[in-house]
Ligand binder design. Structure first.
Ligand code: FAD
Length: 202
């Protein structure tokens, strides 16, 4: 993570109310991972004072360009829409831990993930939980949950927890998952909300 002054490469509308902003990326900040975000101070004035967060929508490692897609919502995004190529822009990033998929490789489905990848992913998730010490975690998708928790993992609270964190399992939300219907998945998310109130109240 690094605070730096970047330069706008392009800032173009992509549809009504939405724009894509492409920025020069500072090599010293490291490569952003999918699911990470940056914060922008859109002006060196007191309004808007606070930085605004935006997720990365793309990263070109050869040209060292990062991009975000943003919606015009209020004062900061209004200022952002007026940024022209060549203008300086104040950034902090990359921030966050990124997406927490058990297997990081893009595939056409869980069947394509090899056993060694599940094992390596399970180790990485356990290490991440030990490092971040969340009060509660939730797996969405039984195959990934079973890779980490064991073959007995099924929807609902997982009483043993994981590395000290309370743990809950939900079926995948993908339409390709045929075991649990939409109603059951929705009921699972409602049960998760009630469970969270108990194990990790705000
Ligand atoms: C981690 C993270 C990543 C984000 N990624 C994106 C992204 O990729 N693209 C994108 O368009 N927006 C993203 N947002 C939301 C974006 O930060 C806000 O839309 C922006 O800060 C609005 O600033 P504003 O001054 O234009 O509007 P404001 O006047 O601050 O807000 C306008 C409206 O947006 C709501 N809002 C403001 N800030 C947030 C926020 N942080 N989260 C949810 N709602 C908010 C307000 O309640 C209000 O309804 C992200 C937010 C977070 C927390």
């Amino acid at each position: 993570m690094k605070h730096f002054e970047s330069t706008v490469i392009a800032n173009q509308p992509i549809c009504d109310g939405w724009q894509e902003l492409t920025l020069c990326w500072n090599r010293l900040s490291g490569t952003p991972a999918p699911g990470q975000f940056l914060t922008i101070r859109v002006a060196q004035t007191t309004t808007p004072l606070l930085r605004r967060p935006f997720a990365f929508s793309g990263f070109d490692a050869q040209q060292m360009h990062a991009s975000i897609i943003y919606q015009k919502r209020g004062p900061a995004t209004e200022v952002l829409t007026g940024k022209a190529p060549g203008e300086a822009i104040d950034l902090i990033g990359p921030l966050g831990i990124g997406f927490t998929d058990v297997a990081k490789r893009p595939t056409g489905g869980v069947a394509e993930v090899r056993e060694a990848e599940w094992r390596a992913g399970a180790e990485r998730i356990r290490a991440l939980v030990r490092r971040l010490r969340p009060r509660a975690i939730c797996f969405v998708g039984l195959r990934g949950a079973r890779a980490v928790l064991g073959p007995g993992a099924r929807p609902g609270p997982w009483p043993e927890g994981l590395e000290g964190a309370a743990c809950f399992v939900l079926p995948a939300t993908s339409g390709r998952q045929a075991t649990y219907g939409r109603r059951e998945v929705l009921a699972g998310f409602r049960a998760l909300a009630r469970w969270l109130e108990e194990v990790a109240p705000p």
